[in-house]
Design a protein around this ligand. Structure first.
Ligand SMILES: [Zn+2]
Length: 275
């Protein structure tokens, strides 16, 4: 094992644009009688709806896992119990595995994952953009910066209706997101391009999937917009260099060309730099 050292960080930023209403569930304990059945998660201080980094990271991981499973390059070797349900997923803990390298793995009691593998990707919580906050504050809604949608489920025999109210962030809303990709081990230099390509693939998959709940009923259709990449080499953190910025970045762009462009000036520290 080579001692860890941070060679640099790639900051991946952009906006999550909601093309349809978004529901990411929050604490239902505060739901009053006669109120909304399913509330959205809100920041404890500002009370504004937000997208938890864990939700976004979990979605990107599951999309990539399913993508690799479909290609035959990954197996669902683990089960975990979440909310009483058995969830199949992948976790091998091998550094050569792109899923575990990006999203991490935890040592398991049964010995099938021998070591903890820290995630090289950090996904921050995504908050409303200022424009969206302004727009939503003008909404005529009983709930702060959100809308309430009525859903109905019909009993197939009696035709009795089972109405529910679901709170969601209205379409058109935008959140600012940031992910930090850490290139911290020399042995991972060889994986740099692959990791960035896989991340782009995950974001493309997300555009054609959904975020949050009730996706098959039209909720959570999002589009990643205004993507930028910034490279911060070691010298950036010691105050001797500056970050390299490349924008805008297209999700469909050539990742190799993009990486070449980012490093062409060299002032932000080159790949594998070790000062
Ligand atoms: Zn793995």
């Amino acid at each position: 094992m080579v001692a860890s050292k941070i060679a640099g960080k790639m900051l991946i930023e952009g906006k999550i644009h909601c093309l349809t209403g978004l529901h990411i569930g929050g604490n239902q304990d505060v739901s009053e009688i006669g109120g909304v059945d399913l509330l959205v998660i809100r920041d404890a201080v500002s009370r504004e709806p937000y997208i938890p980094g864990s939700s976004l990271k979990g979605k990107l991981r599951s999309l990539l896992e399913r993508h690799h499973f479909a290609k035959g390059t990954l197996e669902f070797n683990k089960k975990m119990i979440v909310g009483g349900q058995n969830i199949s997923h992948h976790e091998c803990g091998e550094n050569k595995c792109v899923i575990c390298r990006l999203f991490g793995a935890s040592r398991s009691k049964d010995g099938s994952t021998k070591e903890n593998l820290p995630a090289s990707l950090y996904v921050r919580d995504a908050y409303l953009t200022e424009e969206s906050r302004d727009k939503l504050s003008q909404l005529e809604s009983a709930y702060y910066l959100s809308e309430v949608k009525f859903e109905n489920t019909l009993d197939r025999i009696t035709c009795a209706a089972n109405p529910r109210q679901i709170e969601r962030v209205p379409r058109g809303t935008e959140f600012h997101f940031q992910m930090v990709y850490n290139l911290w081990q020399p042995e991972n230099f060889q994986y740099f391009e692959e990791d960035i390509k896989e991340l782009f693939a995950a974001l493309r998959l997300l555009n054609d999937d959904y975020l949050g709940g009730h996706g098959s009923r039209g909720y959570g259709h999002v589009e990643i917009k205004g993507l930028t990449l910034k490279w911060r080499g070691l010298s950036y953190y010691t105050g001797e260099g500056k970050e390299e910025k490349e924008e805008p970045v297209e999700l469909t762009g050539d990742v190799n060309q993009l990486i070449d462009k980012i490093f062409q000036h060299g002032t932000g520290g080159t790949l594998g730099e070790d000062k």
